[in-house]
Design a binder for this molecule. Structure first.
Ligand code: NDP
Ligand code: 8X3
Length: 254
């Protein structure tokens, strides 16, 4: 009665955090995986580790999601079915005010979180439409529902993910394809280390004295969405740690 067993799941950004946890949980349900990310060494070791624990098939594709041709050739070289696309690859880069922020940071976020997600959606939805079934699950954020200071562009990209999710659902109206988003608050992953350009202290302070979400908490929500019956389409879920009540309202124990 497992609705995920034997399905094929394409996960972007599977080398770390939420994408990696999602890969393990889908494998635990007996689903096969296409895993992507830039760091090939990690893709290889994650593939080998998952296959030492679960008997599933895994293909890995190492490329930069900002490279549209690479997205196209990844999807084209996948011969088997793509039942579910988890658009997870993304990042925040910097948290500077709009008058001081770095243009390279802005380009990275827009090119990855918006254009990369769109490229994958474009190529995969075209295929799903032919078979009239599939499920696209976008990783949004609380930052796609509320903006905060220093987040003009990151929050802008996640508001875009929310709009893209809604419009994609409408574009695929009348087909059997489902379109969902999950919108987490603070999840302790490599996210803040990336945002603060490797400054571990700054990254740790984001999660200090709170009980943050884990990547597994979000993976569980993704698995739940994916395993509903085919007539059930969860549009979005905002998931916060109990210690967080809005983007900026965070209860710290000290
Ligand atoms: P991590 O930094 O742990 O993981 C990010 C993943 O995205 C990595 O696998 C990375 O792979 C991949 N990625 C980043 N840039 C690229 C690129 N140019 N090409 C291909 N892959 C890329 O962070 P999270 O797991 O936290 O982030 C996953 C998603 O969750 C993101 O979309 C993020 O915005 C969102 N999110 C995170 C929250 C949090 O608090 N952590 C809260 C809400 C949403 P590689 O570097 O190997 O390419
Ligand atoms: C990540 C959530 O608020 O840390 O999307 O930027 S936040």
């Amino acid at each position: 009665n497992n609705r995920l067993s034997g399905k094929w799941i394409l996960i972007t950004g599977a080398t770390s955090g939420i994408g990696k946890a999602t890969a393990y949980q889908f494998a635990g349900e007996g689903a096969n995986l296409y895993l992507t990310g830039r760091r090939e060494d990690r893709l290889i070791s994650i593939r080998d580790d998952i296959q030492s624990k679960f008997s599933v098939e895994i293909e890995i594709y190492s490329f930069d999601i900002r490279d549209r041709e690479a997205c196209k050739s990844c999807v084209e070289s996948i011969e088997g079915p793509i039942d579910i696309l988890v658009n997870n690859a993304g990042l925040a880069s910097g948290k500077d005010p709009v008058d001081q922020a770095d243009f390279e940071d802005w380009d990275k976020m827009i090119d990855t979180n918006v254009k990369g997600l769109l490229s994958m959606t474009r190529f995969v939805s075209e295929r799903m439409k032919k078979s009239n079934e599939g499920h696209i699950i976008n990783v949004g954020s609380i930052a796609g529902h509320e903006a905060y200071a220093g987040g003009s562009v990151y929050c802008g990209t996640k508001h875009a993910v929310k709009a893209i999710t809604q419009a994609t659902k409408m574009d695929l109206h009348g087909t059997g394809i489902r379109v969902s988003a999950v919108s987490p608050g603070l999840v302790e992953t490599e996210f803040s280390e990336v945002r603060f350009h490797g400054d571990k202290e700054a990254a740790d302070s984001v999660y200090s004295d709170i009980n943050p979400l884990t990547a597994d908490d979000i993976a569980e929500i993704i698995i739940f969405m994916a395993s509903r019956p085919p007539h059930v389409n969860i549009m979005d879920t905002i998931v916060l740690p109990t210690d967080q009540s809005s983007s900026t309202m965070v209860h710290r124990s000290s």
